[in-house]
Design a protein around this ligand. Structure first.
Ligand code: MN
Length: 189
């Protein structure tokens, strides 16, 4: 069951995250990157493949600089509904911390190989159309880990800084992590 691990790790009575479901007929080609201020801050890169969001945790975040190969650790598949999740996972719950929809958009697989087959072979070439990430990217599996690498195309930016002030707001709501954190239900002001 594709979302079994996702559901086993979470208590949906305690976390605002969606339980979601697998949408096998979904042809959606969305991607989302969530900035996740958990115990260790990281970015979660997710691609809709075969009705779920196939997911990687990218500790240093994606880069538009082709010279910066980013380590990406495959994590459990998430439901498609997760692409719109922004909020606070409570203390004591899996992944506790604030989640921002840092970037969201659509992707096209580069070449003729469907995304499912690209995933199975351990090399995924996509063209992203997000608000922050654009152009070609490769995710490539080398042993137990993956690398996320920007292609050398017209969108490449050697001066890219994922933590730059112009990139620190939600693609969904325009909020900063702090603003999302402060808006959580039950927060004392
Ligand atoms: Mn995460």
């Amino acid at each position: 069951m594709p979302l079994e691990e996702y559901r086993r790790k979470r208590k949906f009575t305690e976390t605002p995250e969606p339980a979601g479901r697998v949408r096998r007929t979904a042809r959606s080609r969305i991607f989302v990157v969530q900035k996740h201020a958990a115990r260790r801050r990281h970015y979660d890169f997710r691609l809709a493949i075969a009705g779920v969001l196939v997911s990687w945790a990218v500790p240093k975040g994606p880069s538009m600089n082709p010279a910066e190969k980013r380590l990406a650790v495959r994590t459990e598949d998430h439901p498609l509904e997760y692409a719109d999740f922004e909020g606070v996972i409570p203390e004591g719950q899996y992944g506790a911390g604030t989640v921002m929809v840092w970037d969201k958009g659509t992707y096209e697989p580069a070449g003729d190989i469907p995304p499912e087959e690209q995933l199975a072979r351990g090399k995924i070439d996509v063209v992203l159309q997000g608000k922050k990430l654009r152009g070609g990217f490769t995710l490539v599996q080398t042993g137990g880990r993956w690398l996320l690498i920007k292609h050398r195309d017209e969108h490449a930016d050697p001066s890219w800084d994922v933590d730059g002030p112009e990139l620190d707001r939600s693609a969904l709501t325009g909020r900063t992590l702090k603003e999302i954190e402060e808006a959580r239900p039950g927060k004392k002001r």
